[in-house]
Design a binder for this molecule. Structure first.
Ligand code: CP
Ligand code: NVA
Length: 308
């Protein structure tokens, strides 16, 4: 079964094939109205359940549009409105949904929920974000980097800010796609050690550098994300902002990266917190290409899951 649960759990050759397929699908529908179907209709006759236990704009819309473009149908479900939110087990939900739909995408809190869904579903399951990882995002990010700058292998990626779920998927990708990764942020918000160790074991250079200006020296790509994620307690907001203020991505920081460095953010962004508008809207930024590429990358992920 081709579940897409995490980048480190997916074969590197399959990941590479998905990025290449995403680029080909994007090129093939250049300038087409968004709602016009693709020439190929690999999801004809297929129905996809999109389950959200957390808010979403990009993941929700890009999966829905992607399925429609490939000829399939979607069903968008809010976890709170399902029996899942009222005591039915994940395992039973997985068994039942597998009798109705061909593919399940879930955005949830605990990684254990995703894994239990995958264990009990008899159709493929896609990780649409958990507290721990966000693999679909990083597939779009790799695609975006390569569209602008060519192969990511051997490049230097610098993450500034919270060592969160999106960072974790970058660490997985560093090992699988072969790029170097530097984390810069306060020690209290370091990523889980295991993400760094696993990437290092695959032969890439993964470092922690507390000084953000030193960290971005030679960077080909600078990335940040919100300082307070959806699973973080609201009460932690002020403390996190105080800890992270020095790690804001602004023009002064970007000026220390390579002159042709790209800037990425998975969005939603909190302008003037983790990133300034000058950087978001500036010449290094590819954030809206990144958002668009969620669509193309996830179409490739879904095709791989279904083998179509
Ligand atoms: N980047 C991302 O996953 O955005 P949404 O939360 O809007 O889906
Ligand atoms: N780290 C963020 C990513 C949102 C797409 C969160 O989990 O809220």
């Amino acid at each position: 079964m081709n579940h897409f649960l995490d980048i480190d759990k997916t074969d590197p050759a399959a990941l590479r094939a998905m990025i290449d397929a995403a680029r080909a699908m994007k090129d093939a529908r250049k300038d087409r109205p968004r709602g016009m179907p693709d020439d190929d209709q690999p999801l004809a006759g297929r129905i996809v359940a999109l389950i959200f236990e957390k808010p979403s704009t990009r993941t929700r819309v890009s999966f829905d549009v992607g399925v429609r473009q490939m000829g399939g149908q979607t069903m968008v479900l809010s976890g709170a409105d399902m029996q899942l939110g009222h005591g039915e087990t994940i395992a039973d939900t997985a068994r039942v949904l597998s009798r109705y739909v061909d593919l399940i995408m879930i955005r949830t809190f605990e990684e254990a929920t995703l894994l239990e869904m995958a264990d009990h579903a008899t159709v493929p399951v896609i990780n649409g974000l958990t507290n721990r990882t966000h693999p679909c995002q990083i597939m779009a990010d790799i695609m975006t980097f390569e569209e602008h700058r060519g192969p990511i292998r051997g490049k230097k990626v610098v993450w500034s800010g919270d060592g969160n779920n999106v960072f974790a998927s970058f660490a997985h990708a560093a090992g699988q796609f072969g790029f170097d990764l530097t984390f810069t942020g306060p020690e209290t918000l370091d990523p889980e050690r295991v993400f760094l160790d696993e990437a290092r074991a695959k032969g890439v250079n993964v470092t922690i550098q507390r000084d953000p200006f030193a960290a971005v020296e030679g960077a080909d790509l600078v990335v940040t994300d919100t300082w307070v994620s959806m699973h973080d307690p609201v009460s932690a907001k002020e403390r996190r902002h105080n800890q992270l203020r020095g790690y804001q991505v602004n023009e002064a920081l970007m000026a220390r990266a390579r002159p042709d460095a790209l800037f990425m953010h998975c969005l939603p962004a909190h302008r003037e917190d983790e990133v300034t508008s000058a950087v978001m809207d500036g010449t290094h930024s590819v954030v809206f290409d990144e958002a668009e590429n969620r669509l193309h990358a996830q179409k490739a992920v879904m095709r791989w899951c279904l083998g179509v």
